[in-house]
Design a protein around this ligand. Sequence first.
Ligand SMILES: [Zn+2]
Length: 243
Amino acid sequence: MKILLSLLLVLCFFCSCTEYKKEKQSSEKGGDPGKVVRKRQGSADTIAYGTFSNPAEEVEPVTVEKDTIIDAGYSFEESIAGTKASQSIIDQLELFEVFYLSVDGKIHQGQILSNRKIAEDIREIFRFMRESGFVVEKVVPVVRYGWNDSLSMDDNNSYSFCYRDITYSKHATGMAIDINPRFNPIRWKTENRPNQPQGAVLDTTINGTLYPGHPVVEEFRKFGFRWGHSFTKFYDDHHFEKR
Ligand SMILES: [Zn+2]
């Protein structure tokens, strides 16, 4: 009986060893797909930099990795601090995170404060821009610039809500968004006035710059946005708005 028990014990030990070896081999071959996928999401190296392709239909959500650079991390209260907008406008706003490929070739996380009517559109358009390798330098609520649009434009910052004269600008209700203003400056059509931001020059060979027929322009159009390129007095190439 003792011999039989000992034999059984040896057999059990042998079996568990074999299972352990199998597990080890599978993990050495990269058998943990979760890890591989997470690494791919966090790495900007895998994004076709500067080329445009239609992103795959099914794209997994991007998650914050330790190498994701955080450009903005405001609470809602912080993001509206000091605005002169009325409570009825503030009640229409939503603050949300977006991920983008920045000029350093790395994935950054920023925040958009916009009207909630266009929040889902903007999230989708940022997914498109990221997956097609379109560069967005930074996305920070304009509160960081003291609600000063010129300072924000100077810094090539992309943003949506900024309270101004409501009859003048869709930004006042968060129904407009500017993308890379320094790469896509305001250029006057007939008047001889300087580009805005000052000193900015349009160079469509730079990734992050828009032009008629550009895939990002077409994507905005698909979601029903009007492009500032068609404004009467100037080309406002960084500006998209929705009614
Ligand atoms: Zn604008």
